[in-house]
Design a protein around this ligand. Structure first.
Ligand code: PLP
Ligand code: COI
Length: 368
């Protein structure tokens, strides 16, 4: 950091005079509907960052030529704050989100910021909002850092002005009945990402085009899309990384997920954590980052060696999959809707680490 960079030590705080009422029953929060009382704002103007400020949650006035609304110059993050049994607030591997945020910003030609300093500002916001973090396991305060180009100019050029802001939303489960398991609509008419594209960056522009195939999936009673590439390789499940547990063609019990090599897959922090937990579990002959084709999935299903599929991500945590639909056929592998054992083990283990029930270096306690 230079003196032009984000400086968390100078942060200013203006508290709201009208705090909102919190729900007694966190089940009423759903996902992403309610916002907390304050937000963090930092602007980049004249080649330097303003003093970070925590202010009451508020609307922005938007100049109609603002670059973000024309050209989608925006990237975001998703992380959560969890309450432990002592009421302390914990984040989960937060520097990984900060570094991914920086990588996304660079892809959009937005000048670098200091990720450690941004995290300190976010921690300060979270502590001001700590009463918004529900106490119940499985609930959290979703933290949404976002960055956007704010030039008021219709030409297409890298942003010379931008805004970082962070909002917080108390949340429960992402899918309304998520732990019942979902079905995936496997298709490659619409791609989420491609080699040379930006699938490996968390850019706003990656998400809007996924809505149309998602709606097509809803028509087929699938809650999420299994995005395949043009060769039929599995990429991601909606806004989640996708993992498969099967007996592979060499008769090995394997947990496999697409590799990050060609920047088509979002490098999920849940994904990374699960790969480590799977290796440590000793339950697999192999834990692999590599190719899975839809034809291999169909074949494994037909030969009864497809055991579990799940999606994983901050919002959805671990989302069990019951089956998939592909080219008009349904491939259900979960017997009588029974959820996968390892899927459930992961859901429980990740949550227990996040809530500080299992002592783990991934759980980051915020100092009071
Ligand atoms: N894949 C996509 C496309 C996502 O948007 C997300 C969510 O951030 C993930 C995967 C999961 O990443 P993480 O585990 O870091 O939340
Ligand atoms: C996540 O944070 O896990 C996401 O996938 C973001 C989602 C709400 C679009």
């Amino acid at each position: 950091g230079t003196e032009k960079d984000i400086d968390s030590s100078k942060i200013t705080v203006q508290l709201t005079k009208n705090p909102k009422k919190k729900k007694e029953d966190p089940n009423e929060y759903g996902f992403g509907k309610y916002m907390s009382d304050h937000m963090l704002e930092i602007d980049y103007i004249d080649k330097k960052f303003t003093v970070p400020r925590i202010v009451p949650f508020h609307d922005f006035p938007v100049h109609p030529a603002t670059s973000v609304i024309h050209y989608g110059i925006t990237a975001f993050e998703g992380m959560k704050a969890y309450k432990d049994s002592e009421g302390k607030i914990r984040l989960f591997r937060p520097m990984k989100n900060m570094k991914r945020f920086l990588k996304s910003a660079r892809r959009l030609c937005l000048p670098d910021f200091n990720p450690e300093e941004l995290l300190k500002c976010i921690e300060k916001l979270v502590m001001i909002e700590k009463d918004w973090v529900p106490e119940k396991k499985g609930f959290a305060a979703y933290i949404r850092p976002i960055i956007m180009g704010t030039d008021q100019f219709l030409g297409l050029k890298p942003a010379s002005k931008y805004k970082i802001f962070v909002i917080i939303s108390p949340v429960g489960s992402y899918y309304s009945d998520g732990m019942k398991g979902i079905r995936l609509f496997a298709q490659n008419e619409y791609l989420r990402s491609w080699v040379g594209g930006t699938g490996g960056n968390k850019l706003g522009g990656n998400y809007a085009p996924t809505l149309l195939p998602t709606l097509k999936g809803f028509e087929k009673e699938c809650k999420s899309v299994l995005f395949l590439d043009k060769e039929g390789k599995v990429t991601e499940a909606g806004a989640m990384n996708c993992m498969v547990i099967w007996e592979n063609e060499n008769n090995e019990r394997e947990l496999i997920t697409p590799s990050l090599e060609d920047n088509t897959i979002l490098p999920g922090i849940t994904r990374d954590s699960i790969l480590k937990l799977a290796k440590e579990s000793g339950q697999f002959d192999k834990v692999t980052e590599g190719d899975i084709t839809i034809n291999q999935l169909v074949k494994a299903h037909n030969e009864n060696r497809l055991f579990e599929i799940f999606g994983c991500g901050t919002a959805a945590i671990v989302s069990p999959v019951l089956g998939f639909k592909y080219e008009g056929k349904t491939y259900d592998f979960a017997k009588d809707g029974k959820l996968g054992e390892f899927t459930l083990y992961l859901y429980d283990t990740i949550l227990s680490i996040q809530h500080g029930e299992i002592e783990h270096q991934w759980s980051h306690l915020i100092e009071e």
